[in-house]
Design a protein. Structure first.
Length: 496
């Protein structure tokens, strides 16, 4: 999911483009949208809530293909299957767009406490980590609650040790920095390895993986996630005052990058086919579980929404383009490749980008990535607070009102909230160029209970909630592709 702190992506040709709240169509006040599109919205909602194909597609993806990490054979099978499925479900101009992706291999891994007690650790290596020595790594552990405590220990307290980050969960965005940047922060003080308390509110002896980002200026040291319970026990043992010693072994390594692809299909606009509303999610997943919520639910719900628009007979004025982006989890190659392939004119004609990468629990609405400060997709930097959201321009305020009008049509599925700040990792290169970005929001009531774990399986996706997401995306996408105006974008939104 939601690789919230993706690698910074900057392209020179993206630099100076900003979209505004104007279009080739006559402008109309936002108060007219709800009345204009209520019949279409009601039709799409009714059809989506009765649909069975979307969940059947998700079932096949999870049970017959399963986990789909970049560089793997299952990912290539998923790409081929997705292309065939788009064609079967009525999309046109279906094709794959090449992207070169990293090939990180987990290998065997294990861990244990060896003193003052012996106990197995529930351990899962972090994505893109390096390996331990072949025989593993054994060292005294030092448990810290945050980066400030680490810095207070200094090199004298850290060198030669395994740092355990026991950071309490304070929400994904606030806590994930320990997973992303913890290894390099510890390495800078001489640590030889890192264990990170899993980024989740649920203590269920379940480790959560996810990508880390090495600082090129620091040594690369092996890093793994451990369960909440294990992190808390290590902290208790340390509090007893006796040395705590840990052993862990990882075979993780990077192989040569390999070819993969985005999967793209369209419903061509009836009046302005050159103008594009792009929607989708990411087709890759981690190498655990089935990638059901993250992000199988996103790609299958957006496909079902496209199919519902096509099946309804509604013909939007603009083209709706569905993209299953590749390599969101550990590199962002798909989003980069998609943006890089666009000419400046094609980029200007992208009137909106919508990503679904928060699972398919009950939908609540959308985040509008109107300002760079409020986009919410920035890299974690220890001790550095992100800037406050930039004030909305007049065009962005107007666009927010337009989106609120559209969301008022989504009362039957509960997705009526629109707030500034949103988007997604895959669409962040487009947002950086000024394309208005939207992130579909759900309750995420349990999403981070199983996020990036063996438990991210089909049974976690409720069919009724899944269909509500289909309805929400179908209505929002159709209206964006058909309404008289376009949204305002903000240059730099979604950037680091």
């Amino acid at each position: 999911m939601m690789r919230t702190f993706q690698l910074a992506i900057r392209r020179t040709f993206l630099g100076g483009l900003v979209l505004s709240a104007c279009s080739a169509f006559p402008q109309s006040g936002p108060s007219s949208l709800s009345a204009m599109y209520k019949p279409a919205a009601d039709q799409l909602i009714a059809g989506s809530l009765a649909d069975e194909q979307g969940y059947a597609d998700l079932t096949y993806l999870c049970d017959h293909i399963g986990k789909r990490i970049s560089g793997s054979e299952p990912l290539l099978r998923a790409i081929a299957w997705a292309s065939d499925t788009m064609k079967q479900e009525g999309l046109v101009n279906v094709h794959t767009q090449p992207a070169t992706v990293p090939h990180w291999v987990r290998g065997e891994e294990s861990g244990e406490i060896v003193a003052p007690v012996t106990r197995k650790l529930h351990l899962l290596g972090l994505g893109m980590s390096v390996a331990t020595p072949p025989a593993g790594l054994t060292a005294d552990a030092v448990v810290v609650p945050d980066f400030d405590a680490l810095q207070k220990l200094g090199r004298a307290g850290v060198e030669g040790k395994i740092v355990v980050f026991n950071a309490p969960y304070k929400g994904y965005g606030q806590t994930v920095m320990y997973r992303v940047a913890g290894a390099s922060q510890a390495a800078a003080l001489g640590a030889v390895g890192v264990l990170v308390r899993s980024i989740t509110p649920l203590a269920a002896q379940l480790p959560h993986t996810g990508t880390l980002q090495y600082d090129a200026k620091q040594p690369k040291i092996p890093a793994a996630a451990i369960s909440i319970e294990d992190a808390l026990m290590l902290a208790r043992l340390q509090a007893e005052g006796k040395p705590v010693r840990v052993h862990f072994q990882m075979q993780a390594h990077l192989e040569a990058p390999v070819p993969a692809a985005n999967v793209i299909g369209e419903l061509v606009g009836s009046e302005h086919p050159e103008q594009v509303v792009v929607i989708g999610g990411h087709i890759d997943s981690w190498d655990v579980g089935q990638g059901a919520q993250d992000d199988g639910s996103g790609i299958m719900a957006t496909l079902a929404a496209m199919h519902m628009i096509q099946k309804s007979g509604l013909k939007p004025k603009r083209t709706i383009r569905l993209v299953f982006w590749v390599n969101e989890e550990n590199g962002g190659a798909g989003g980069t490749a998609y943006a890089a392939a666009l000419t400046p004119e094609q980029l200007r004609n992208h009137v909106a980008a919508l990503e679904m990468d928060g699972g398919a629990e009950a939908p609540v609405g959308y985040g509008y990535g109107a300002s760079s400060g409020g986009s919410g997709f920035r890299r974690a930097r220890p001790g550095v607070q992100p800037p406050p959201p930039a004030p909305l321009s007049e065009g962005e305020v107007h666009s927010l009102a337009l989106l609120q009008e559209i969301a008022s049509l989504l009362g039957p599925v509960g997705a009526t909230t629109v707030k500034p700040g949103g988007g997604g990792s895959d669409i962040s290169p487009l947002m950086a160029a000024g394309v208005p970005g939207l992130g579909e929001m759900t309750t995420v009531a349990h999403y981070f209970d199983w996020h990036h774990t063996e438990a991210d399986t089909l049974d976690k996706v409720d069919p009724v909630e899944f269909r509500k997401n289909v309805a929400s995306v179908a209505v929002m996408t159709y209206v964006l592709a058909d309404m008289p105006e376009t949204l305002a974008g903000h240059k730099g939104a979604g950037e680091e």
